[in-house]
Every structure is written in structure tokens, then in C-alpha cells.
Write a protein that binds this ligand. Sequence first.
Ligand code: PEP
Length: 272
Amino acid sequence: MQYKFICRKLINNYLNILIVRTNIIAGNWKMNKNLSEAKQLIKGIKKGLKSIDTDNKRVIIAPTFVNLVGAVKRTRKSKIEVAAQNVHAAKNGAYTGEVAADMLTDIGVGVVIIGHSERRTYFGETDQQLAEKVDRALAEGLEVIFCFGELLEDRKSEKHFEVVENQLRHGLFHLLKENFEKVGLAYEPVWAIGTGETASPEQAQEMHAFIRSILAKEYTQELADSVAILYGGSVKPANAKEIFSKPDVDGGLIGGASLKAEDFLAIVAAAE
Ligand code: PEP
């Protein structure tokens, strides 16, 4: 059944690690799906999940803010967890148009995506701001999926490892070891997001292994082995299995393909 999972569990038991790294398939709906479309999509995912083995994997959807309450309600007795796509760093206050972390937990949202490249690029979010958002989210009890990844020019100039390391250092490495229990990472090379270009499974594995190595250096090997690292960037039913089969890839953050129940379900099924 879940060979990769069983191996990890044995290793973790042996090393006495409490957290078992789990595959996560998270659908980032971005600014798509109105209320009735969101209802339809959730209905389709719920129905399809009944015939997929979802043991040892987490299935997350991230609709727009206005559809979060409805999504939480409609997924209550299902495997699906609901995430927000963003959160503000302040506790509350005069920040027109923004949403606070405790407003998310209050309606039953347990996870938030922070640092997506579209937030960094279109809304100018800096490493410093992202670090503050991470702190707020964790302080209010949210889990965080922290996104990062290099631009095409970084990869072409062979600076991708350096760029990724800096994003992690400035956005995340101020955290204490124990905070990582509630943090998942999403490596998303910007050149692969929404472009149809995908990092090859080997490129994804190489970067994920590198990320684990810097986590081990900065914290401990045990922590590095316990953190889920998702891959994101044009994952589709056709390429998901190969990417997810890599030992350091623990599922994916899915954009375009999460908007069609059939495609999202096929990607969920591909994670082992
Ligand atoms: C994303 O937006 O996080 C993403 C990975 O998008 P896509 O799957 O469409 O490339």
C-alpha cells in the first residue's frame, strides 16, 4: 500500500520521532470559483474521495476568503481541510480589506498559505512581512504552508539554491524548532507556476533534498526529516505520480489543476 509512508514510519519510530511526515495535497483556488461554483467543486471532490485511499494523506482546499465559511461547513464530515490563501500579520485593527488570523480559526479554518509567489510579486510581500505573518498565524494556532521558489533567471544563472536558502532564512528560520510542528513547506519554482512548465521530478527532488539539508544544518536532522515539503508548479494528473514518487517530495500545492474535481482527485490518488 503506502510503501513510502511505512518506511518513514519505521525510521521515525526507530529514531523516536513523534511527528510522522504526511503527504499533503493542497488545492490553491486563487481568485477563482464563485459561491455556486465552489459548492459544485467541493461536492465533486467529496464524492470522488470516497473511492480513493486517503489514509496517511491530507487533502486541503484553499478557496477565496468569502467562500471559507461555506467551505468549512460543507467539508465538516469529510477528509477535506480548509485553508486560507493569505492572512494579515497584525492581531487586528485598521487594515482595510485584510483578514486576521483569529478570524480564520474562529470559523474553523486550520491552515493558511503564506508567501505564495503571486503575493510576493503582485502585492510586494517581503521576507520580513512574511516572517511576521508566519508568527501571527502560529501564535493564533494556524498551521502554515510556507511557499518559496526561485525565478527563471535565478535558475538560469544557477542561483536557485542560494535564492531558496535566503527565502527560508529570512522568512522562517527565526522560528524555534518546536514551531515547525505546524509548518509545511511548498517549493514552487516561479517559472513553473501556471505556465505549464514543470520542474522535472529530478529537479524537484534535488531542491527538496537541499531544503532538508539546510533544515538539518540550521535545526536538527530529526526536524529536517519530519517537515513535509510539497512541490508546486503545474502539477497535473499526468505528471503527479512521478513527482510525488521522489523520496523528499511529500505531495503538492496545486493551482490550475485543483479547479476541476476530476483532476484534483487524480492528483490526490497519485500521492503515496
Ligand atoms: C500555485 O499557484 O501554487 C501553483 C502551483 O499553480 P499551478 O499548479 O497552476 O502551476
